[in-house]
Structures are given as structure tokens and as C-alpha cells.
Write a protein that binds this ligand. Structure first.
Ligand SMILES: CC(C)(COP(=O)(O)OP(=O)(O)OC[C@H]1O[C@@H](n2cnc3c(N)ncnc32)[C@H](O)[C@@H]1OP(=O)(O)O)[C@@H](O)C(=O)NCCC(=O)NCCS
Length: 158
């Protein structure tokens, strides 16, 4: 995890700074142990591994709205060597399915920097739509100037 999070290209549009050390990754992982997926207002982190080898290739995060509605925000990060191979689409698609079926979440938001072409493309592939509504306040907070909001599902963000 520290390996791919320490890559400046991966961190470029993300909420952490590089250098990102093994100690940073350990502290982050330690902070996650008492969390459960679907807790309102709480980010839950999913490790994404290759089925055959178990190798960690990325992580995805899900945060249901604090008000207990069926809205949630998503985030995702994959090691650069595995980009463009469809793993992100498969993993985020699987988490969306799980969130709908098991957590009864119905609508989803994702924020990305407007220059982050790969993230925008991934979200569009998953049928998210860009929203022009700058007043929507996602679970992670108000949109910054350079960010765009993508929405999926009925009444997302309303
Ligand atoms: C965003 C990210 C997860 C996308 O991963 P990915 O490996 O491109 O995803 P996939 O391989 O599943 O591809 C999804 C689609 O995006 C396309 N794509 C990949 N890289 C692209 C790029 N640089 N520009 C445009 N499209 C791109 C793929 O071709 C694919 O399209 P298709 O379904 O039409 O074939 C990855 O770039 C990443 O981890 N970036 C760093 C972290 C980050 O910025 N996360 C997003 C924060 S909001």
C-alpha cells in the first residue's frame, strides 16, 4: 500500500502527500480496525487483491452519508502498474453491487479533480454522470473549485 501511495502520480489528485511511508500506511490501516462497512458518516476501506496471488493492487473506500440516508460516497486508488487493465472497473463495480445488495445503499457520489481523466473515464464507464450542481455537499465535504462531482442513482445528492 505504501508502495503505490508513495507514487507522486497516484497521489497527485488524492488527499495525502508524498512521501508516504510504510509507517503512514500502518497507521492508516491501524485506524480502520474497528470500522464496519455501512456505518453512516464513516469511511470504510476495501483492499483489492488479485484472486490468484493475493497481491494487493489497490484500495477502494465507501462512506455512507452521516444522516443515515441511502446515499454514499466512493473513492478508489490502484497501483500504476495495474492501470488500464479493467481491475478498477471490476472492483468498484463489485463494491457498488455489494453496497446496493448488502448495505441497501441506493445512490452514490464520487468527487474527482477535473483534470483526472482516468478517474472521470472510470466513473463514466460505471454509468456515473457528471453533475453541474455545485451546492451538493458530499459526505467528505464541500466541493473545491478544481473538483467535479459524479452521481449515480436516483436522487443522488438531493
Ligand atoms: C482512477 C483509477 C483508479 C482508474 O484506474 P484504471 O486502471 O484506469 O481503471 P480501469 O483499467 O478499470 O479502466 C477504466 C476505464 O478508464 C480508461 N482509462 C484508463 N486510463 C485512462 C486515461 N489515462 N485516460 C482516459 N481513460 C483512461 C480505461 O481504458 C477504461 O475504459 P474502458 O472501460 O472504456 O476500456 C487509477 O487511474 C488510479 O488509481 N489513479 C490514481 C488515484 C486516483 O486519482 N483516484 C481517483 C480519485 S477520485
Amino acid at each position: 500500500m505504501a508502495g503505490y501511495r508513495n507514487d507522486p502520480e497516484i497521489a497527485r489528485y488524492q488527499g495525502w502527500d508524498t512521501p508516504y511511508s510504510t509507517a503512514d500506511a500502518n497507521a492508516f490501516i491501524d485506524s480502520l480496525f474497528d470500522r464496519h462497512p455501512g456505518e453512516p458518516g464513516c469511511w470504510y476501506q476495501f483492499a483489492v487483491t488479485l484472486a490468484q496471488s493475493g497481491r494487493l493492487i489497490g484500495d477502494c473506500a465507501l462512506c455512507p452519508a452521516a444522516d443515515g440516508s441511502s446515499l454514499a460516497e466512493l473513492g478508489f486508488t490502484f497501483a500504476r502498474v495495474f492501470h488500464g487493465s479493467g481491475y478498477a472497473r471490476e472492483a468498484v463495480g463489485t463494491i457498488l453491487h455489494y453496497a446496493r445488495q448488502q448495505l441497501r445503499l441506493r445512490s452514490f457520489l464520487a468527487i474527482t479533480d477535473r483534470r483526472n481523466e482516468a478517474a472521470r473515464r472510470l466513473l463514466e464507464t460505471l454509468e456515473f454522470e457528471e453533475s453541474a450542481d455545485r451546492d451538493i455537499i458530499p459526505p467528505s465535504g464541500k466541493l473545491r473549485e478544481q473538483e467535479v462531482l459524479f452521481v449515480l442513482g436516483k436522487n443522488a445528492g438531493s
